[in-house]
Design a protein around this ligand. Structure first.
Ligand code: HAM
Length: 417
């Protein structure tokens, strides 16, 4: 029979060192900024995303993993494609003190065409500040992320692009202006024809080069801001400069989800190929209302694509302070009579916080030594008839080959040294 393959667009993580390092280092970093970790379910009502991400976005329109549940359950459930809407739902259901500063991480699901850095099950670290009105909060979030990438992970081959989508009122006026512009150009693609009607600014997200060329002379949002928005936008740039954060303004950066207003940003790297954004986010002041809040709750956040960050970090792995594995001791009973004693020895080592494995399947000494070598053992702990009788262990240094008989009661002290 053939082995059942993994599902297209998914990955097995067979070595979690780098993944765990990212999680641990980000958690540590977040603690400095007073963000707490939360976790929300992987399944949600599909309605949550329809209302918040926008029905005409690729994510909702084409990429949802919908769950068929047993029974005639009228609720349509789905696997979450992102975590912001869930975080807002959790906030509204639990009534937390604002600003609510939280982060979470885990798998997200989008039925996309798989390629390097793009998967159907991928993993994000998600960070949100719910209940945060002032534009300085945007500078704070961008600072947290930039310091993490640059100082904690020592990445320097990335770019930060920012844009400002204006207030909802600005956006309304601008959309009209942009629509008039697009109405006047010929030859836009079918997707852009739909986007023009449903969410005009998203025409800038079109990958079609002809469309991109046609939009070169389009009016930009940042040239059409109200006086108040302009002040905020300038203030954001001033604060980022004050914090020595390198950024560039991309007036065509609009992001793929509909809930954003005001600040949007993306961190990208040329080393990633076509899927070059490894972190993206922005402000979403009205998302709370889409989820059911009576009033606006100004908020902002971002998500880091863990797989893409891993791709960036893999070449730098030697310079990262990855935790070193503890020395490994491999206990080897020479026959099955010694298995009970071997279990007791391993138990004593574990109780002393020493890391040990144990070979219980009755292999020859030669094959056990081979295995221990492959496992990266520092020492082999051999137990035969003689050791059992003498209450001793034969301790063999796997590097030098030196060996010594050690009394069982002295073993822990000996290995600690
Ligand atoms: P997003 O831009 O859709 O934003 O995703 C954020 C990051 O997740 C991307 O920059 C990318 O690194 C990674 N990512 C997205 N899709 C895939 C995929 N198919 N395969 C691998 N990696 C992927 C959001 O999800 C927003 N919820 C971010 C946010 C939080 N905005 C405010 N708060």
């Amino acid at each position: 029979m053939q082995t059942i393959p993994r599902v297209k667009g998914t990955q097995d993580f067979l070595n979690m060192c780098l993944y765990q390092f990212i999680i641990d280092s980000f958690s540590e970093h977040c603690a400095l900024y007073h963000f707490n970790r939360i976790e929300t379910p992987i399944i949600e009502h599909i309605e949550l995303f329809k209302r918040t991400l926008g029905s005409y976005t690729d994510v909702v329109g084409k990429e949802m993993f919908i769950i068929k549940s047993p029974g005639d359950n009228k609720d349509e459930l789905c696997l979450r494609p992102e975590a912001t809407a869930s975080t807002m739902r959790a906030f509204l259901e639990s009534q937390q003190l604002m600003p609510w500063k939280v982060f979470s991480y885990g798998p997200m699901f989008r039925y996309e065409r798989p390629q390097k850095g793009r998967y159907r099950q991928f993993h994000q670290i998600n960070i949100e500040i719910i209940g945060a009105e002032h534009v300085s909060q945007d500078a704070l979030l961008i600072m947290l992320l930039d310091r993490y990438f640059h100082e904690k992970l020592k990445l320097n081959s990335y770019a930060l692009q920012i844009n400002y989508l204006g207030s909802y009122e600005d956006r309304k006026k601008y959309t009209q202006l942009l629509k008039t512009f697009v109405d006047g150009v010929d030859g836009i693609c079918d997707t852009c024809i739909i986007r023009k009607e449903k969410n005009t600014v998203r025409i800038f997200d079109c990958k079609n080069e002809t469309c991109q060329k046609l939009y070169e002379d389009a009016p930009t949002m940042i040239d059409n801001l109200s006086a108040e928005s302009k002040k905020e936008w300038e203030r954001l740039q001033d604060e980022l400069s004050l914090l020595s954060i390198t950024f560039s303004v991309n007036p065509r950066l609009v992001r793929g989800l509909d809930y954003y207003n005001k600040t949007v940003f993306e961190f990208s790297s040329g080393q990633l190929g076509a899927q070059n954004a490894f972190c993206g986010g922005g402000r979403y002041d009205r998302l709370a209302q889409e989820v059911g809040s009576k009033k606006e709750i100004p908020s902002l956040g971002a998500a880091i694509g863990i797989e893409r960050l891993m791709l960036l970090l893999e070449p730098l792995i030697d310079s990262l302070a990855l935790p070193q594995p503890k020395p490994l001791f491999v206990v080897m009973p020479l026959s099955e009579e010694q298995n009970p004693l071997a279990l007791l020895v391993a138990d004593t080592l574990h109780a002393a916080q020493l890391s040990s494995d144990i070979l219980l399947d009755g292999d020859s000494l030669k094959s056990m030594m081979k295995k221990a070598n492959k496992m990266g053992a520092s020492y082999a702990l051999l137990i035969g008839d003689e050791e059992q009788r003498n209450k001793s262990i034969l301790v063999k240094n796997m590097m030098t080959g030196d060996q010594e008989q050690i009394k069982q009661i002295d073993l822990v002290d000996y290995l600690r040294k």
